[in-house]
Unconditional design. Structure first.
Lengths: 38, 136
């Protein structure tokens, strides 16, 4: 099974603050990557 | 869109949408669309790389089928919104993960229109939940 080190992903919220995907979980997390904004 | 979110909530699945756009470009986008999902920015594309999302080839992005799709959308009155510079070659994708970062479901887009149907996502989630319950 593929695994990702989610704590190492340097993501930002809309205010530019550093956040972790761990902050958004319920039991699971569906992560949708956009291609571009349209 | 709200009822769709409820379907995922009911299954214990939160949704996060990630873009490689800078946060200052994402804020007006979210304000315009009012998606009931969390939007996050990955301007350095660290997460895109971690999930092995590559850049699409020119042929994939501008294939006859994709051009037909865009033409149909324009005929239906869909307008192109400009949120600044875009990268049309970056692949997108959909992933279901658990707290440990295990990827339980993965769909890496092969072209701009290649996204899994919602029904397929919900079906996959139901199967994963069912398997997890049996293991407990």
């Amino acid at each position: 099974m593929e695994k990702v080190a989610i704590d190492e992903l340097k993501l930002k919220d809309l205010q530019g603050r550093a956040v972790s995907l761990q902050d958004y979980f319920q039991e699971y997390l569906l992560v949708i990557f956009l291609r571009h904004l349209a | 869109m709200k009822s769709l979110k409820d379907e995922f909530d009911r299954r214990g699945v939160a949704i996060v949408v990630i873009s490689f756009a800078e946060p200052e470009r994402l804020a007006p986008y979210q304000e315009h669309h009012h998606w009931p999902f969390v939007m996050l920015a990955d301007p350095k594309r660290i997460a895109y790389q971690a999930f092995a999302l590559k850049r699409l080839s020119w042929f994939r992005v501008f294939s006859p089928a994709i051009l037909r799709l865009y033409f149909r959308l324009l005929l239906e009155g869909k307008k192109l919104q400009s949120y600044g510079k875009d990268d049309y070659y970056q692949a997108g994708g959909d992933f279901l993960i658990d707290h440990e970062g295990n990827i339980l479901f993965a769909h890496r887009s092969r072209d701009p229109a290649d996204r899994p149907p919602i029904e397929k996502l919900l079906e996959a989630i139901d199967q994963i939940s069912s398997s997890a319950s049996e293991e407990k």
